[in-house]
Design a protein around this ligand. Structure first.
Ligand code: 6R9
Length: 654
């Protein structure tokens, strides 16, 4: 989605907001200048925002050099992430709420978990995991609903130095099994069911199905969320609720090196299966906590709500690690924005007096369709800052968010970042940087964005520029490697443009130096803010007996941002039908998960290919976008007539 230049209206924060802000415009300029001219000094200072067991003496040791990519921050320091998120707050805020948990059903009671309670719960979970044989460096897969136990599980792993890998509860048994095997996990933590939007996902039976394809030694810890009956494998399954009654309330935090891994999180790329993004302990925590404080202008006592799921990086950095490292009160929501009705987000904001609210453009677009009443009937006066993440926000959605939710008075922070970056890279600081609808504005401290010419790879040095977005140097929250495959890490991010980190996004910089993300330039699509490799959906489709070949592209979708458009060639002799179309949609849902369901499937007797057999996706994208007048050069096609057939039978005539 391209953001038009015509919406360059500047929205500045009010004088009252600026007066109370952590960072003003002048301070931003000075701090940013120092952060890039003297990164060692800058981060030596800001690294102290968290507690170290052994303080670091080395700050930055990073190289993007071809064949030798190596990223280390604070490398000789040691710390414990869980102690930073819990123990260090106990003396001053033991009785303060750490987590507000809002359940799926508004009729059920919310929970307020204090820092002291969080400490006890996390220690118990850590002791249970140790009792199941989990040791430092072991991997634990977490497949849970949005319940406090998800946070306890993450922090318990961090406490003993185990590495967690969270799998979004919307993923299928196959996807879960692949991730358990991918990191050779010792334990998977799940729940009986995940209630969401009034429906239930059978997590335990999904896990049972996944474990059929995993080593027999993998153990399963089960949280009782709904209390519904589940099947039980004696010897393999452990009952969390029972064990927690007996487990010791104290578990000493282990001493962990700054560069020891904290978590693995699988994310989609343009080729092959999802990769395990590895984040380490020290730099990640410094970066997550610092961005949380400055981007949202978080102050002590504020109530912070990020609506993401902990299964995505946004939930890692801005529900759990960033806010808790800062001693914040973080809200965790189990439900969905539109159930029981389209006012749920705003009902929760009013009920818990939310001060910062952070969501995805797709949620805003979905709510816009329900009009303003579901918003205006709630008191949203406590909100100070609004945020967005996950995809470009179109100006209509931005304006609605600003006018209806923010009453034209709340700064909106449009935060651009990725699973790989650990925290925000481009974002306004709300008291310092006037915003423009649709622009992620300027870099966070220490971040050096550059725009390269996609053909030559040369840096475009004029202020106004358009090309691919790369980063010139490292920041503490950067991913360190792809789990078990450092070569893939180098190849994916550091080989197309030498000596830069390549984000995969296209970008425009306007005459004011503001950055506008124009979307992915690779075969990754962004569906409702979720990243999806077209190759993943294609391989799910071709795994069906009736499918000979498939090509998947994105197309503009009013709510989801991008929808999934699949061109499918059937096996010889198989007749296309509505039933088969439905069956294929269902098939992809079971292979990957509901978020990967194709929106449109077109039967394609043939796909446009070059003479060397490469599918010409550019053409398929144009047809899917209903923009077939601009197909460009088709002369290299082996059989140009397939294109006419595809245009004739296109699905998206909107
Ligand atoms: C945090 C997260 C990363 C991709 C990224 C880009 C898109 C994220 C955006 C945005 C425009 C924003 N993206 N934030 N595009 N404006 N504010 O979303 O991580 O799931 O890894 O996705 O999402 O294309 O490359 P992840």
């Amino acid at each position: 989605m391209t953001n038009p230049t015509s919406t360059d209206t500047l929205y500045a924060p009010s004088a009252a907001f600026v007066a109370n802000a952590h960072v003003t415009a002048e301070q931003y300029k000075a701090m940013y200048a120092e952060s890039v001219s003297n990164p060692e000094g800058f981060w030596a200072e800001h690294g102290k925002r968290i507690d170290w067991i052994k303080p670091y003496t080395k700050v930055k040791n990073t190289s993007f050099a071809p064949g030798a990519v190596d990223i280390k921050w604070f490398e000789d320091g040691t710390l414990n992430v869980s102690a930073n998120c819990i123990d260090r707050h106990l003396a001053t805020r033991g009785d303060q709420t750490a987590i507000i948990w809002e359940p799926d059903d508004p009729k059920d009671e919310a929970q307020h978990i204090t820092y002291s309670e969080l400490h006890r719960r996390t220690c118990r979970m850590a002791n249970i995991l140790e009792g199941m044989g989990v040791r430092k460096g072991d991997r634990v897969v977490i497949y849970l609903p949005m319940i406090p136990e998800a946070a306890y599980a993450m922090l318990a792993c961090a406490r003993i130095g185990a590495v967690h890998s969270i799998v979004f509860a919307g993923f299928s048994p196959d996807a879960l099994g692949a991730r358990i095997n991918g990191c050779d996990a010792k334990v998977v933590i799940t729940a009986d069911h995940a209630p969401r939007g009034g429906r239930k996902t059978p997590l335990k039976s999904n896990t049972d199905a996944a474990l059929l394809h995993c080593k027999d030694s993998v153990k399963c810890l089960v949280v009782r969320r709904t209390g519904d009956q589940i099947t039980w494998a004696e010897g393999r399954d452990y009952d969390y609720n029972e064990l927690a009654l007996e487990a010791d309330d104290y578990c000493a935090p282990a001493e962990i090196a700054a560069e020891d891994p904290l978590f693995i999180l699988y994310t989609s790329g343009s080729t092959g299966q999802p990769k395990g993004v590895v984040h380490t302990s020290g730099g990640y925590l410094v970066y997550a906590s610092m961005t949380h404080q400055y981007t949202f202008d978080y102050h002590d006592g504020d109530i912070f709500w990020c609506t993401a799921d902990v299964g995505w990086v946004t939930g890692h950095s801005y529900i759990v690690y960033g806010p808790l490292a800062n001693g914040a009160t973080t809200l965790m929501f189990e439900g969905v924005p539109t159930w029981p009705d389209a006012g749920r987000f705003w009902a929760v904001c009013e009920k818990h007096k939310v001060n910062q609210f952070y969501t995805a453009p797709t949620a805003i677009r979905a709510l816009m369709a329900h009009g303003t009443d579901p918003v205006t009937k709630y008191d949203l006066s406590t909100i100070k800052v609004l945020g967005t993440v996950g995809e470009p926000i179109n100006p209509e959605a931005w304006n609605w968010y600003n006018d209806v939710v923010g009453k034209g008075e709340r700064p909106i922070v449009d935060t651009w970042w990725q699973t790989e970056t650990g925290g925000h890279l481009l974002t306004p600081l709300p008291g310092a940087i006037p915003t423009k609808p649709g622009s992620a504005t300027l870099p966070f401290f220490g971040v050096q964005p550059v725009i390269l010419d996609p053909q030559t790879g040369a840096e475009i040095t004029t202020t106004a520029a358009e090309g691919v977005l790369c980063l010139k140097d490292s920041w503490p929250g950067q991913m360190r490697t792809v789990y078990g495959d450092h070569e893939r890490f180098e190849k994916t991010y550091f080989s197309d443009y030498k000596n830069y980190y390549f984000s995969g996004d296209g970008c425009r910089r306007d005459a004011d130096g503001y950055y506008w993300i124009t979307g992915r330039v690779d075969d990754v699509i962004n569906v409702s803010g979720h990243r999806m490799g077209t190759a993943e959906v294609e391989s799910a489709l071709v795994a069906h007996v009736n499918v000979a070949e498939a090509a998947v592209v994105g197309y503009p979708h009013a709510i989801k941002g991008q929808g999934i458009y699949a061109y499918v060639t059937l096996m010889n002799g198989v007749e296309p039908s509505e039933e088969l179309r439905k069956e294929l949609v269902k098939w992809v849902r079971t292979e990957i998960g509901p978020i990967a369901s194709p929106d449109l499937i077109q039967w394609a007797p043939g796909l446009p290919k070059t003479r060397s057999g490469k599918i010409m996706r550019r053409i398929l994208r144009k047809i899917a976008e209903n923009d077939y007048g601009a197909l460009g050069d088709t002369s290299t096609l082996a059989d140009p007539s397939v294109v006419d057939n595809l245009i004739e039978n296109r699905m998206n005539r909107g």
